[in-house]
Ligand binder design. Structure first.
Ligand SMILES: Cc1cc2nc3c(=O)[nH]c(=O)nc-3n(C[C@H](O)[C@H](O)[C@H](O)COP(=O)(O)OP(=O)(O)OC[C@H]3O[C@@H](n4cnc5c(N)ncnc54)[C@H](O)[C@@H]3O)c2cc1C
Length: 379
């Protein structure tokens, strides 16, 4: 069996996470998709299990557990419900990680403790005119005395309705292109900041995805992350770990779908036999299991590289691209194994396929991952 390299403590906690995911999250997954909301009681259970503390360093109120552990948690939660996994992933990899890597001592003290206590955050980079080209953002941050004034908008922001604060990228020097971008922590109750709309989606429907608006939103000078005009680096390095977490999400979705398909083919009978006795079906299962194992090896290896503070640009893109392509193929094939029943909303196969699709798109589409991998290769 392929396992991530975890400490005995982490392995012990993971057992509780697995139990929580199977017994408490999975039974609610259909309802979460239908109601387009992760229930507060599940988020509270994640707090109670210490999951928000896990990746936060000890000096800021966390448990200081490894990134490899977080990746395994995201995988286990995603087997049950990827929208639930994204609540934790957004808070830890998208909001906390840029602060851990680049934040001032003051920012770390003010915000990381709150994440460890279970408050939720998000990351706001994407704009209507700036998706794959994250340097093309137009949201402006102008320095005025003891604060910055932010003006502009962001689209497709995960954890939108749940977040108490966001890491936001904005242009501080328009003459410098990507070297004129800075990142800030913006509190959700900042005057001039608002959620302008909710966005309906194909999959991960339980995750809140919103559009944000900034109209003279006043952000204190000391809420800047790192130096002024160094924000593009903050964003890019945040996405390096973020992509490994998305690989874990994709992996979990694929594993969850395959488990259900294996159970189904064993009990479904046609031509007087279980359909699992047909070699055509067995070959599909064998291919799916193999591709999942390969995605797992790549994802865990990427997480280990991150834990060792190695350059993980190429491997994080490889893991995200490969695992998400596997998730899409596996969930499509699993639906096929359910025949007509798979196409109905009575079974979960169609939801797995809808949920898998986003992993090929967000935190850089898989075309962009290929651009990154090739660039690193040819460097
Ligand atoms: C549900 C959801 C949640 C999200 N959460 C967040 C979030 O929390 N925070 C955040 O900031 N953003 C978030 N995003 C945004 C997401 O990261 C972007 O949608 C994604 O990066 C793609 O940008 P785009 O949609 O503008 O597509 P575009 O950049 O317009 O791309 C359109 C197509 O062109 C292709 N393409 C573009 N450039 C190239 C190129 N150079 N070579 C080859 N092909 C190319 C793309 O691969 C794609 O197929 C989220 C999106 C969704 C849908």
């Amino acid at each position: 069996m392929i396992e991530a390299k975890l400490s005995q403590d982490e392995l012990d906690i993971l057992q509780y996470v697995k139990e929580f995911a199977t017994k408490e999250v999975k039974p609610l997954a259909k309802e979460i998709d239908r109601n387009k909301e992760v229930p507060e009681k599940l988020i509270q259970r994640m707090r109670d299990l210490g999951l928000f503390q896990s990746y936060i360093p000890r000096e800021y109120g966390g448990a200081g557990l490894s990134f490899s552990f977080l990746v395994r948690v995201i995988e286990e939660l995603s087997k049950a419900c990827p929208s639930t996994a994204l609540v934790l992933d957004g808070a830890l990899t998208l909001f906390a990680d840029p602060l851990i890597m680049f934040g001032s001592e003051d920012l770390k003290k003010r915000y990381l403790k709150r994440i460890a206590d279970g408050e939720i955050g998000g990351l706001a980079i994407t704009e209507t005119g700036a998706g794959s080209d994250a340097a093309a953002i137009k949201t402006r941050a102008e320095r005025k005395g003891d604060h910055y004034l932010l003006n502009g908008s962001k689209i497709f922001i995960s954890n939108g309705r749940l977040s108490k604060f966001f890491v936001v990228s904005a242009v501080t020097d328009p003459s410098k292109g990507h070297r004129g971008i800075s990142t800030f922590v913006v509190d959700a109750d900042t005057p001039g900041f608002r959620i302008s709309r909710d966005i309906e989606k194909l999959g991960i429907r339980g995750s809140s995805t919103v559009e944000l608006e900034f109209n003279d939103a006043k952000v204190p000078l000391n809420n800047i992350i790192g130096e002024e005009n160094s924000g593009f680096k903050v964003v890019m390095e945040t996405l390096d770990s973020g992509r490994i977490a998305i690989a874990a999400q994709a992996l979990g979705i694929a594993e969850g779908a395959l488990d259900e398909a294996v159970d189904y083919v064993k009990q479904r009978k046609q031509f007087g036999a279980s359909i699992s006795s047909f070699q055509g079906i067995q070959f599909m299962l064998a291919d799916m299991a193999t591709s999942i194992d390969a995605a797992k090896l790549l994802t865990y290896r990427a997480a280990e590289a991150w834990d060792r503070h190695e350059n993980a640009i190429k491997i994080s893109s490889e893991a995200k691209m490969y695992a998400s392509d596997v998730a899409m193929k596996v969930t499509t094939d699993c639906l096929q194994l359910f025949g007509g029943y798979g196409y109905t909303t009575e079974f979960d196969a169609e939801r797995h396929m809808r949920d898998a699709k986003i992993t090929q798109i967000y935190e850089g589409t898989n075309q962009i991952q290929r651009v990154i991998i090739a660039k690193e290769l040819l460097r």
